[in-house]
Design a protein around this ligand. Structure first.
Ligand code: G3H
Ligand code: 13P
Ligand code: ZN
Length: 325
């Protein structure tokens, strides 16, 4: 069942965060749905829902252009039929104005992100407000961003600029956005921290105090870049250097301070890379794509289960279902 992120955040606020996972293809989609049902393989007990979680499926502009956006839409609709128990939101990640309008008009997305964080404060408000007016008229919710992450966001190269708590309340009030992506020290990609840095929970605390009560925040650049996966990739011929990510034990403290959505893309790519590199290394005579695709779907599902446990969303699916009645 597709719902809005707003509906998911209402249940999560202050208690756990909902995982927002980027997808590009069929194998990621199947792994994602299975993982959020708490199943890593097809034959696991369908009645065991101890680990099942609500989730956000997010699609970047890059993903929409990878093949044809209609393939993604068709795949997601099909997954919704194959896995009728799931509850999820369909979200545009890092949208431009043009991409937001396209998704709002499509009637398929339940949530869009307008990313005008690289603009001046007033201009960011003005653009976000336009999207909010168009989206709300169709029952679609809007995530906006204030502050800038490090690393690369699609084609915007950001220099780190943490969200200013003093600006956050004014931005939310004037733009009318439904959730706010905040910059609290993370960056996109596999190289987030060069030393012992981590999340700026002190800044997050101040932003939460400044915002209206129970206003949901979003954390981008939240992959943990697990050493285990980086080592596996490097052992199979990869060259990832000193990759490092967010400490997973900081997800829940961030959730308690109002972060309701945690964005994860890079970790999924690492799982994909490790499984494929190992498969080619270990069985050079194989040229069949399906055994590798199956191994990836199972590992990705397992990884989603692990991630949801760290986010606190594992086991929350039935609670969300009740909250929607
Ligand atoms: O924040 C960016 C996301 O990780 C999406 O990446 O534009 O390469 O699909 P992408
Ligand atoms: P990561 O690169 O840490 O996975 O961040 C993904 C993201 O923020 C998508 O919007
Ligand atoms: Zn992002």
């Amino acid at each position: 069942m597709i719902v809005t992120t707003k509906q998911l955040f209402k249940h999560a606020y202050g208690r756990y965060a909902v995982g927002a996972y980027n997808i590009n293809n069929l194998e990621q989609t199947v792994g994602l749905f299975r993982g959020n049902l708490g199943k890593s393989a097809k034959n696991e007990d369908p009645n065991d829902n101890a680990q099942s979680a609500p989730f956000i499926l997010q699609i970047s502009r890059g993903a929409r252009g990878y093949s044809d956006k209609r393939f993604l839409e068709a795949m997601i609709r099909t997954a919704d039929q194959v896995f009728p128990e799931v509850i999820f939101a369909v979200h545009l990640d890092h949208g431009t104005e043009e991409a937001c309008y396209d998704c709002i008009e499509s009637g398929f997305y339940s949530s869009v992100m307008i990313d005008a964080s690289h603009e001046e404060f007033e201009k960011n408000i003005e653009i976000t407000r336009r999207i909010v007016d168009r989206a709300h008229a169709k029952g679609i919710v809007v995530e906006a961003e204030l502050g800038q992450l490090g690393g690369v966001e699609e084609d915007v190269v950001g220099s780190v600029c943490l969200t200013d708590p003093a600006q956050a309340a004014e931005f939310v009030e004037k733009s009318g956005c439904d959730s706010l992506a905040v910059a609290i020290g993370t960056s996109h990609g596999a190289y987030k921290f060069s030393g012992k840095q981590g999340l700026r929970l002190d800044v997050l605390t101040e932003i939460q105090k400044a915002l209206p009560k129970n206003f949901p925040m979003v954390m981008h650049g939240s992959s943990s870049v697990p050493k285990e996966w980086v080592d596996r990739i490097n052992a199979a011929g990869g060259k990832l250097g000193s990759a490092s990510g967010v400490n997973e034990d900081q997800y829940l403290p961030a959730a308690k301070l109002g972060v309701c959505k945690v964005n994860i893309d890079t970790d999924g790519r690492l799982v994909w890379c490790a499984i494929h590199r190992e498969a080619f290394r270990d069985d050079p005579a194989n040229f069949d794509l399906r055994p590798i695709g199956k191994a990836f779907m199972a590992e990705y599902a397992k990884y989603i289960i692990h991630k949801n446990t760290k986010l606190g969303s594992a086991g929350q699916l039935e609670g969300v279902r009740k909250s929607l009645k």
